[in-house]
Design a protein around this ligand. Structure first.
Ligand SMILES: *[C@@H]1O[C@H](CO)[C@@H](O)[C@H](O)[C@H]1NC(C)=O
Length: 315
């Protein structure tokens, strides 16, 4: 089951319409997240497999990158943005009235977008998130966004296969568990709550966006167009890329656990409590209603009926 779940989460991350982190980054985020899922969350996510694919939306922002912060009211716009979409899909992922197909769609979206949000240029509208900043990287003419998404991560790892992602994820998990990220990992998820998704996701976006000023283009865009970005600029950026991928995976794992344990499992427990209420007076109560078909199906999909205790995600 564990390895099946692993495959599912990675599949969730490889969506059409990607607009931040390439295939390597997304798969790595999914593998990192996977290792922090509780067993029950993994079982639940796996049970929703094989739904339709969905494309993502992105934040709209027009202020220049000298001002690095994200303001939901100012930046999100009436048509919605990544943050409002995370709110929507978080609610849908935990909504037991929806079909498993729709829940899977919501999970896929979350796997994708929570990873995307840690890419600094995803949260930046300046020059279309850097897509319009033409640069040279290791002899190739490309654009700054693509270098952050894809080419700098691939330079580091030396490939983009799932096995590359898995081994990068293992390195990052070690850093979180016992290495350089150990002391700060708790701060990556501090205050995250599904009861206020907008505030939580705005904090994620602001955190990523701050790197636009400090790391992505500390001296403005023109300074990046005077020579090859490899190796000097790459060396200044790659540590932030690793940090952000690790953060995305850790946050995503925690987020899925929060959805499962505070919404899905809690709802199932409430259903049980409702049925078993007032044991003393039980004979005087009308016969309890039979489980609806949907509930029976859900219980069957979840497999482990009696094993939904909360588990700390931190190892
Ligand atoms: C939430 O997501 C569903 C499914 O994609 C979509 O139909 C709906 O319009 C979304 N609602 C909001 C408020 O974004």
């Amino acid at each position: 089951m564990a390895s099946l779940s692993k495959v599912a989460l990675v599949t969730f991350g490889l969506m059409n319409g990607a607009n931040a982190w390439g295939a390597l980054g997304h798969a790595t985020v999914a593998y990192v997240a996977q290792s922090y899922l509780s067993a029950d969350t993994a079982t639940w996510a796996q049970a929703q497999a094989n739904g339709p694919r969905h494309s993502t939306s992105s934040t709209q922002r027009t202020t220049p990158p000298t001002d690095c912060n994200v303001d939901y009211d100012r930046d999100c716009g009436d048509a919605g943005c990544s943050i409002s979409a995370i709110a929507n899909y978080t609610e849908r992922a935990g909504d037991g009235r929806l079909s498993s197909e729709h829940i899977e769609e919501a999970l896929k979206f979350l796997v994708h977008i929570i990873g995307d949000l840690t890419q600094p240029l995803h949260d930046e509208a300046y020059e279309v998130g850097g897509n319009d900043i033409a640069v040279t990287f290791n002899g190739y003419s490309d654009n700054l966004h693509a270098d952050w998404d894809t080419y700098m991560p691939e330079q580091l790892i030396g490939g983009y296969a799932l096995t590359d992602a898995q081994s990068w994820a293992n390195t990052l998990i070690n850093e979180i568990t016992s290495g350089t990220y150990k002391s700060e990992a708790a701060s990556w998820i501090k205050g995250d709550t599904i009861s206020d998704v907008v505030t939580t996701a705005t904090r994620w976006a602001s955190d990523a966006n701050s790197y636009v000023c400090s790391v992505v283009m500390p001296n403005g865009a023109a300074a990046l167009q005077t020579g090859d970005l490899y190796p000097t600029y790459y060396n200044s950026a790659i540590g932030t890329i690793e940090l952000q991928i690790a953060k995305g995976g850790y946050r995503l794992g925690n987020w899925l656990n929060l959805i499962y344990h505070t919404t899905v499992a809690k709802r199932d427990v409430e259903d049980l409590v409702e049925r078993d209420a007032a044991p003393v007076g039980r004979d005087f109560l009308p016969a309890s209603r039979p489980l609806s078909r949907a509930k029976i199906a859900r219980a069957a999909m979840e497999g482990s009926c009696c094993n939904s205790g909360k588990r700390d995600h931190a190892h």
